[in-house]
Design a protein around this ligand. Structure first.
Ligand code: G6P
Length: 608
């Protein structure tokens, strides 16, 4: 969500902070700011908009100094404005803080601090942190931070500096990730290791209720009981993809084109062909328990939720499991019985989504086995699950998820194959699935060669203000995800529906100005889909079909068709979503939208 970077060392802090902010900007981008300290004085620059707007402002006002903190914001409390942008300062303008997360008791704290004479400058929850530190400050920022966080309820990743504490950055974590980056006589703080790519691969992740004090001469880590901790240094892989869109106009397009590779990475080394089964090293520690699992509850949000909906059909088809899928933010409101034979599977590209983390905590409390499918190695969800599988899809910077979605579908299929082979799935069925999985990268490549046709169709449909997306069975989540892609990046109203539900309501919307995108496969749902298409045509609705290659009945019934290669019905969603991603992309492009950073959205949503 919001991004944090901090620096202390011998170099000028400002360019490092700005560079880090650019790398974090995909996480949240309605305003940004930085604070640098020099000769006992604090200089703060903040701007509404992108990091480039902050940069322009900063140039007008050069900031010397060798330590500082910076933040890119996604508004929760208070609209995006210069006053609400971080860093926030104390009354004397000596202490600056940046904060990710939400301070739930901020109104009580603010009232208390106002009564003590503190003057507030913003509408944010975060500003109370600066004033709380000020209250406790007696020349030692570390001690003051320790006292201040004892008063906070909610979630936080915080970095703070004091103008008078030479080149010292203090960080603390509860719920919102923050890491230490270790350089040569310089240290960094960041909410995400990606921000530090050009500077260091050596990082230490803080756990909840841990804090660290950084200074060019060294660092120390403590828990909130003021006890020193020793922590391992991790080496993070360097792949500076952010520096390079590799000739593509947008990260989203680049990531759509990376799907053949991402899909291959999801299954590489994980197929045992002569046994017709998959091998997932991350699940081995819990394999015995997994064999006996009876119920699976998939929890996730956004695009990952639609992958979960596909997962339901996949697990039900390949295994004996009883499967439920829940939007993670709704999970805690269910009265679901769970025991040692229940597994809860969290799907998350970022591994940071607060709603998904909350659902995991709830499921843990009820004693379920907790599994994860996560793309970001070492992320919060990877750490709190009992076992899991990484996507290995590489970083995804486009806020609208594309390659992680198809990668999730492949990983879910591998998990279902693994469990299914213990629960009655035959060698022949397993082998057929494996052969089909291996063909997917080539089939996605084939769809991508059709890009000019998809672009032309998208341009024709870009004039419409509303869309209906329909599908049945596995194409139902595909329709939902196709509609989500369109609304996320083009701001066009789009509804995804199970095709059979259309007659129970949405059909009243259909006329010549309300087109439908129908996702149709050559499977048991084909005839019923065709009937639904006829019902739309009878009401003058324009129909674009995404359909398996070669059906003349579809070509005759629809106004436009994008053909996709055919695979097993269980895997068809991996192929069917690709033209819908491109369709959304080209419509958004023709409307001049900010495709990689759509308004109001963020890549990792770390608030509930
Ligand atoms: C945000 C992103 C979506 C993503 C969702 C879940 O809303 O904008 O693209 O699907 O979070 O994210 P996760 O990282 O848990 O998959």
């Amino acid at each position: 969500m919001c991004g944090i970077i901090g620096y202390c060392g011998d170099k000028a802090a400002r360019p490092i902070l700005l560079d880090g902010l650019k790398r974090l900007e995909y996480r949240g981008y309605d305003s940004a700011g930085l604070a640098v300290a020099d000769q006992g004085k604090l200089a703060v620059v903040r701007a509404v908009g992108k990091v480039s707007d902050l940069e322009k402002k900063g140039i007008a006002r050069p900031l010397p100094g060798h330590f500082g903190i910076a933040h890119t914001r996604w508004a929760t409390h208070g609209r995006p404005s210069e006053e609400n942008a971080h860093p926030h300062c104390d009354c004397r303008m000596e202490i600056a803080i940046v904060h990710n997360g939400i301070i739930e008791n901020y109104l009580d704290l603010k009232e208390e601090l106002l009564a003590k004479g503190h003057a507030f400058r913003s509408e944010t929850d975060s500003e109370v942190i600066a004033h709380l530190i000020e209250e406790s400050y007696d020349g030692d920022l570390e001690k003051a931070m320790l006292r201040a966080v004892q008063r906070l309820e909610g979630t936080f990743g915080i970095a703070a500096i004091h103008a008078g504490s030479d080149r010292q950055v203090v960080i603390v974590r509860r719920g919102s990730p923050i890491i230490i980056g270790i350089g040569n006589n310089e240290f960094f703080a960041a909410s995400d290791a990606g921000a530090l790519l050009p500077y260091t691969q050596k990082v230490i992740s803080l756990n909840d209720d841990e804090m660290a004090v950084l200074h060019p001469a060294g660092y120390h880590i403590k828990n909130l009981n003021n006890e020193f901790l020793q922590k391992e240094i991790e080496i993070r892989e360097t792949r500076d993809d952010l520096a390079d869109k590799k000739g593509y106009e947008h990260f989203m397009l680049k990531e759509i084109f990376e799907q053949p590779e991402a899909i291959e990475n999801a299954f590489r080394g994980r197929l045992i062909e002569n046994e017709g089964v998959s091998k997932l090293g991350g699940l081995e520690p819990v394999l015995e328990r997994l064999k006996n699992v009876k119920k699976l509850v998939i929890v996730s949000c956004g695009t990952s939720y639609y992958a979960g909906l596909c997962g339901r059909y996949i697990f039900e088809s390949l295994s004996e499991l009883h499967v439920e899928v829940d939007v993670a933010s709704e999970f805690r409101y269910r009265k679901l019985k769970m025991d040692a034979n229940t597994a809860v599977l969290a799907l998350s590209q970022s591994g940071e989504t607060a709603d998904t983390i909350a659902a995991i905590r709830e499921a843990k409390r009820k004693g379920a086995l907790i599994l994860g499918v996560v793309n970001v190695v070492g992320s919060a969800i990877a750490q709190i699950t009992d076992a899991g599988v990484y996507n290995h899809a590489g970083p995804e910077y486009g806020v609208a998820s594309t390659k992680i979605y198809t990668s999730q579908l492949v990983v879910l299929t591998l998990m279902a194959l693994l469990i299914g082979r213990y629960q009655g799935l035959s060698f022949t069925e397993g082998s057929a699935l494996i052969q089909a999985i291996k063909k997917l990268p080539r089939q996605v490549k084939k769809i991508l060669t059709d890009i000019e046709h998809i672009k032309k169709i998208a341009q024709e449909y870009a004039q419409y203000k509303d869309f209906l997306f329909i599908g049945r069975q596995l194409n139902y989540p595909t329709a939902m995800e196709g509609a989500l892609k369109l609304k996320e990046i083009s701001y066009i109203h789009a509804e995804g529906y199970p095709a059979g539900e259309m007659k129970h309501g949405p059909i009243s919307l259909i006329d010549e100005n309300f087109p439908t995108v129908a996702v149709v496969s050559q499977d048991s749902t084909f005839d019923k889909m065709l009937s639904n298409i006829q019902e739309i045509k009878a009401r003058n609705g324009r129909v674009l079909a995404v359909a398996s290659e070669g059906s003349s009945r579809i070509a005759d019934a629809c106004d436009d068709v994008i053909w996709v290669p055919e695979t097993l019905p269980l895997l068809q969603p991996v192929l069917n979503i690709v033209p819908l991603q491109l369709f959304a992309y080209f419509i958004a492009r023709s409307k001049g939208c900010d495709i990689d950073k759509p308004r109001n959205l963020a890549k990792a949503v770390t608030v509930e």
